[in-house]
Design a protein. Structure first.
Length: 255
């Protein structure tokens, strides 16, 4: 059985004491593929070091996270472009709009989002979307940018059925993580209406740990809890779910 964690921040400081053990625990449970989103220029070197440690299992993205779009966002975007032109990445991400913490930089976030979508299209790469308190704003950008080259993953999907269908209409797969195991997460109530071909698995580690670890540090080995919950929702075996969702991740990332 091969599981794919399509979104995990394994370079995060929360793993500084036991990163190798965290990866090994995941590998032992069948999580063999880890897709690593970028945040900003300060995380780039840590990502490269992680890739060196586990070259067979780590797949890197490059992008500027919306909560890190500040006054200097043009410099940060230049950093993203430099690396996209310099070496191979598997996606442009994570990018998008986040209005949870701060609404004052919405225009800058929109500009950064659109700019990075265009770079993804130029490189024939998928995008990985971060959306928090901003479904309408993200959909507005996707509607403007939609064409045959737009595709990717709607990371950490927490919307309703209508929003799920809309995201899929823009050639996005839904990244499903720990929220599906929460009693108040709600997405478990309609996911069986979404064909499994549109679903990929993720942890977003170290954030959003699934039950029974909710509130603790998340790690990629906990992807199995997400897979077990989804297998119940779709009434198939965990092995079959792993096979389908890993193939879905291959369809997106091309690897």
């Amino acid at each position: 059985m091969i599981l794919t964690d399509t979104h995990t921040h394994l370079y995060a400081d929360q793993f500084n004491e036991d990163r190798v053990e965290v990866v090994q625990r995941a590998l032992d449970l069948g999580v063999k593929r880890f897709f690593i989103p970028a945040i900003d220029s300060e995380t780039t070197q840590s990502m490269f070091e992680l890739e060196k440690q586990f070259p067979e299992n780590i797949f890197l993205m490059m992008g500027l996270h919306p909560t890190h779009v500040k006054e200097n966002f043009k410099e940060e975007l230049a950093h993203v472009k430099k690396w996209l032109d310099k070496r191979n990445f598997y996606a442009v991400g994570e990018i998008g709009i986040d209005l949870y913490w701060d609404k004052t930089l919405l225009k800058q976030q929109q500009e950064a989002f659109k700019t990075q979508i265009n770079w993804a299209k130029e490189k024939n790469l998928p995008i990985v979307i971060h959306c928090r308190d901003a479904f309408d704003e993200v959909f507005e950008v996707l509607e403007e940018m939609k064409d045959a080259k737009l595709f990717g993953i709607f990371h950490c999907f927490t919307g309703n059925l209508e929003q799920a269908k809309k995201a899929i209409s823009y050639n996005m797969k839904l990244g499903i993580g720990g929220v599906v195991t929460f009693k108040n997460g709600k997405i478990d109530q309609f996911l069986n209406e979404i064909p499994l071909k549109n679903i990929v698995l993720e942890t977003d580690a170290p954030y959003l740990a699934p039950a029974p670890y909710r509130g603790k540090r998340n790690e990629s080995s906990y992807l199995l809890k997400v897979a077990e919950k989804l297998a119940t929702i779709y009434n198939i075996s965990v092995e079959e779910l792993a096979k389908i969702t890993t193939q879905n991740s291959k369809d997106v990332f091309g690897v």
